[in-house]
Write a protein of this length. Structure first.
Length: 252
């Protein structure tokens, strides 16, 4: 099965630093738990990639066209093709007092925002903290152990995967798609109405549809609120009152 740019695929991977063997990313929940990487709300499952769209590092993206389904592959990415070399000029000493003024309670190894930039606290002592503004993986050689899980073939599969990418906490099967006269209608499950950031997600889905399916001119999102079922009428077993018989007229 030859893959090419523009193909929709699902991949599983585990990524680690070559120098230390430290795992920093994975699509497997058990691995995330074992390596203390699990984040609240994170969904661990095969990841959607459209080859050539830059959704992963370029060397990994380029390697995807050579992969075969369910056959593991290892991709090594040197620092210059990953997050660049580590720049000593981006390591600064800052008074702990300045961090406190920003409401930052520093701990060793923590990622913080300071001066509008992200930094890692490398050390603390003598009233100062050493802040490293380099990306955490700068200067590292990365190893990706990747397996192609599935190639998506039908437009319905692809559109459903794009929706799931934006709203991952809702099961894919709960979204119903209808395509008619160049209009895509997406019936949203009620539980999706209350997902945080769902309006932004809907905008992202619409833009994805426009990009990857240019023949679709309109995307509609349908939210249906149903009235709760009415309580059933209670039937009583009381006997009906006997019907009154008309009085008999006296005989003349």
């Amino acid at each position: 099965m030859a893959l090419q740019k523009g193909d929709f695929i699902l991949i599983n991977y585990t990524a680690k630093v070559k120098e230390t063997n430290e795992i920093f990313d994975t699509t497997f929940e058990e691995t995330a738990k074992k390596e203390h990487l699990q984040k609240e709300g994170e969904i661990y499952e095969p990841k959607l990639i459209v080859i050539g769209e830059g959704w992963v590092l370029k060397p990994l993206d380029e390697s995807l066209t050579t992969m075969e389904e369910s056959k593991p592959s290892t991709v090594e990415i040197p620092p210059e093709k990953a997050f660049g070399a580590r720049d000593p000029e981006k390591v600064k000493q800052v008074h702990l007092k300045k961090l406190a003024e920003k409401g930052i309670n520093p701990t060793l190894g923590a990622r913080i925002e300071f001066g509008g930039k992200n930094a890692t606290i490398r050390s603390m002592g003598a009233g100062r903290a050493l802040l490293d503004f380099n990306p955490p993986l700068a200067g590292k050689t990365l190893i990706y152990e990747v397996a192609l899980n599935k190639k998506l073939e039908s437009n319905e599969e692809k559109i459903t995967a794009l929706i799931h990418r934006r709203i991952p906490i809702i099961e894919e099967a709960k979204f119903k798609l209808t395509l008619q006269d160049k209009t895509l209608t997406l019936d949203m499950p009620e539980e999706s109405y209350y997902v945080e950031g769902v309006q932004i997600a809907k905008r992202g889905i619409a833009l994805d549809i426009q990009k990857f399916f240019p023949d679709i001119e309109e995307t509609k999102f349908v939210e249906t609120f149903k009235a709760p079922p009415k309580p059933a009428e209670t039937k009583t077993n009381e006997p009906k009152a006997a019907e009154e018989k008309p009085a008999t007229e006296p005989k003349s």
